[in-house]
Design a protein around this ligand. Structure first.
Ligand code: HEC
Length: 129
């Protein structure tokens, strides 16, 4: 094989890998490149919810749009596995959902769950009073 041909194969392989990592990133890659610090998961989750603009569709903590379900009480409505799966891969739960896959890392998912749980516990303790 000529050097030129080897170079072409290498470039094609690099492009395929790049497409894979960008459009269908595997979990280990997300965890490597998008991990967040979980020392204050609630604050991190709050920041991620605004960064990913979840309120473009959802009402969360009383603010946002109602194009999608209000997330108040979602951590009580859904079990732990389903809640995480919604964040991990919405289409795995509902094939035609308009909710995008944000390719969240495991730590991002844990932070968002912690924030949603905090909103739900403060809301339900509010109701009891
Ligand atoms: C483009 C709109 C859109 C955006 C942006 C979006 N979602 Fe959703 N999401 C939906 C829709 C619509 C549903 C309801 C499922 C359905 O009917 O397709 C949903 C469902 C959910 C559910 C399950 C709700 C339930 O009651 O079962 C959770 C949890 C959730 N989204 C969290 C998030 C989080 C966190 C973000 C931000 C990272 C986000 N969503 C961003 C549209 C969106």
């Amino acid at each position: 094989m000529s050097r030129k041909r080897v170079a072409v194969y290498l470039i094609i392989t690099a492009v395929i890998i790049l497409f894979w990592l960008v459009f269908s990133p595997p979990r280990w890659w997300l965890n490597l490149t998008k991990s967040v610090d979980l020392s204050n998961p609630v604050a991190t989750g709050e920041q991620l919810v605004s960064e990913y603009n979840c309120r473009r569709c959802h009402r969360i903590g009383g603010g946002g749009s109602l194009k999608a379900p209000d997330l108040a009480g979602v951590t009580e409505r859904l079990d732990d596995v389903s809640l995480r799966l919604w964040l991990h891969n919405p289409k795995a739960i509902k094939g035609n959902t308009p909710m995008p896959n944000f390719h969240l890392s495991d730590s991002e998912i844990e932070a968002i769950v912690a924030y949603l749980q905090r909103l739900d516990t403060s809301a339900s303790s509010g109701r009891k009073n």
